[in-house]
Design a protein around this ligand. Structure first.
Ligand code: HEM
Length: 148
């Protein structure tokens, strides 16, 4: 059996090449984030939740561009902690995640530079949504301990 040992550098280069081949770049991420949060703010259910929690959108949007750049292109630009940021939110129901994902998918579909970009983003968004939901709604002891 042959083992292929890849360094972090090689792995990063491979992910970046794969993303680039699909047409994913910083300009796309920037447009995706701007358009998605414009729609979030106008949304009947999500708009008030975000409106209440976010004071400065000029801070939130660059952070979310860094986040998606890290997730989609492995650029390592984001180093925040999404779990505690969501645990402190009030008025969010489990079902809101399906609404969030629906709106995100609609936005990705509208803007995607190629078909492959849609599952690429949605698989990642769904996985992260699952772990946020788990942390927010299923592990009360962990929620309070501050360990996450
Ligand atoms: C119903 C679903 C969701 C709601 C209501 C929600 C709401 C919010 C709000 C209000 C903030 C700002 C928190 C603050 O600055 O104090 C935030 C931050 C953030 N959200 Fe969400 N979110 C949801 C789902 C998601 C999902 C599915 C993802 C990822 C795929 C995500 C990724 C992030 C990230 C990375 C931050 C920045 C955390 C930080 O470093 O400060 N969110 N979210």
């Amino acid at each position: 059996m042959t083992y292929r040992v890849r360094s972090a550098e090689q792995r990063r280069a491979e992910i970046q090449a794969r993303a680039a081949a699909m047409g994913i770049d910083e300009a796309f991420i920037s447009n995706l984030v701007e358009t998605f949060y414009t729609r979030v703010r106008a949304h009947d259910r999500l708009g008030p939740i975000f409106g209440q929690a976010i004071e400065d959108w000029d801070e939130h949007l660059p952070k979310m561009k860094d986040f998606w750049s890290s997730v989609a292109m492995n650029t390592g630009r984001y180093s925040g902690k999404p779990v505690p940021a969501h645990q402190k939110l009030s008025g969010v129901a489990k079902e809101d995640f399906a609404v969030w994902l629906g709106l995100f998918e609609e936005t990705v579909r509208d803007l995607a530079p190629s078909e492959d970009v849609i599952p690429y983003f949605m698989e990642r968004a769904q996985r992260i949504a699952e772990s946020l939901k788990l942390a927010m709604f299923s592990i009360p002891s962990l929620q309070k301990s501050g360990l996450s």
